[in-house]
Design a protein around this ligand. Structure first.
Ligand SMILES: CCCCCCC/C=C/C(=O)SCCNC(=O)CCNC(=O)[C@H](O)C(C)(C)COP(=O)(O)OP(=O)(O)OC[C@H]1O[C@@H](n2cnc3c(N)ncnc32)[C@H](O)[C@@H]1OP(=O)(O)O
Ligand SMILES: NC(=O)C1=CN([C@@H]2O[C@H](COP(=O)(O)OP(=O)(O)OC[C@H]3O[C@@H](n4cnc5c(N)ncnc54)[C@H](OP(=O)(O)O)[C@@H]3O)[C@@H](O)[C@H]2O)C=CC1
Length: 219
């Protein structure tokens, strides 16, 4: 579906079913994309997700699934793309979609840990890879309306409207425009940065993906 949508704009699309959690599948995907297009200009690590649950209830399997997708998977993609850029003496730009973690993420603490890891991983390699002309940045969405909202119980997603001082959710376009800014020539002097697209959620708001526990109800 995504392929047909993008092709409808006249774009050339290469698609391959794979999981970012498997380093071999990632390397195969990145190598084939390079073969298809000659080079990768921009890597946007958008794949990710989690389930809402109180941290006390996390099972080892659930914890590992979320860390494996959001931290490990993102890293395999970054490393593979960067290795190709360095080997072929090509410049590159990475934009990692993370999340607005700055006041913690109660109800999805596993993904908070993974995204915090990606942010500081990105800052570290932004320095290591600068000599290779590779920029590494992050975009941190607050609550932005997408298919993903369907993964939360109604009492959880109902809180997303009040997650920021604007008192409404953002949308996918808000995030996409931030990614373009970071990836395109507009961001040519920006690396190791995190762009928050959150309606001010880092300052005020009360999102609870699991639904707000009674203890936190004020009135
Ligand atoms: C405070 C700030 C709030 C901000 C809110 C922001 C709003 C939106 C944010 C978004 O990110 S939208 C993106 C939404 N998309 C998703 O979240 C996708 C969700 N799914 C996945 O990415 C994957 O399914 C997964 C969660 C990473 C799991 O991967 P995997 O397929 O390997 O796992 P499973 O085999 O399904 O499950 C493994 C294990 O995980 C536990 N578990 C899974 N789902 C749940 C659940 N719904 N509730 C509780 N536990 C869950 C469980 O232990 C599973 O093991 P088994 O029990 O199946 O043996
Ligand atoms: N919407 C929001 O409010 C927020 C979203 N984010 C993050 O933004 C990104 C986009 O989310 P959004 O569009 O809302 O949600 P979606 O659930 O619609 O998109 C997530 C995408 O990630 C893909 N994906 C998940 N796991 C893997 C994997 N192991 N390998 C390859 N692809 C995978 C999914 O593919 P498939 O459909 O095939 O499963 C899906 O296309 C995610 O990282 C999300 O966590 C962060 C903060 C807030």
């Amino acid at each position: 579906m995504a392929r047909e949508f993008l092709e409808s704009f006249g774009g050339r699309v290469f698609a391959l079913p794979m999981t970012i959690r498997e380093p071999d599948q990632v390397e195969d995907f990145v190598a084939k994309t390079n073969q298809e297009f000659g080079a990768i200009d921009v890597l946007v690590n958008n794949a990710g997700g989690q389930f809402p649950q109180a941290a006390l209830d996390f099972s080892p399997k659930g914890w590992n699934a979320v860390i494996d997708t959001n931290l490990n998977g993102t890293w395999w993609m970054m490393q593979s793309a960067a290795r190709h850029w360095v080997a072929n003496k090509q410049s590159g730009s990475i934009v990692n979609i993370v999340a607005d973690i700055w006041r913690g993420m109660p109800g999805i603490a596993h993904t908070c840990a993974a995204r915090a890891g990606v942010i500081y991983l990105s800052k570290s390699v932004a320095v290591e890879w600068a000599p290779h002309d590779i920029r590494v940045n992050c975009v941190a969405p607050g609550c932005c309306e997408s298919n993903g909202f369907g993964n939360y119980p109604p009492e959880g997603s109902a809180t997303f409207q009040d997650s920021n001082p604007m008192r409404h959710a953002g949308d996918e376009w808000d995030v996409a425009e931030g990614v373009v800014y970071m990836a395109a020539n507009s961001g040519k002097f920006v690396t190791g940065e995190v762009l928050n697209i959150d309606g001010g959620q880092q300052l005020w708001g009360d999102p609870w993906p699991t639904g707000r526990p009674d203890y936190f109800r004020i009135s």
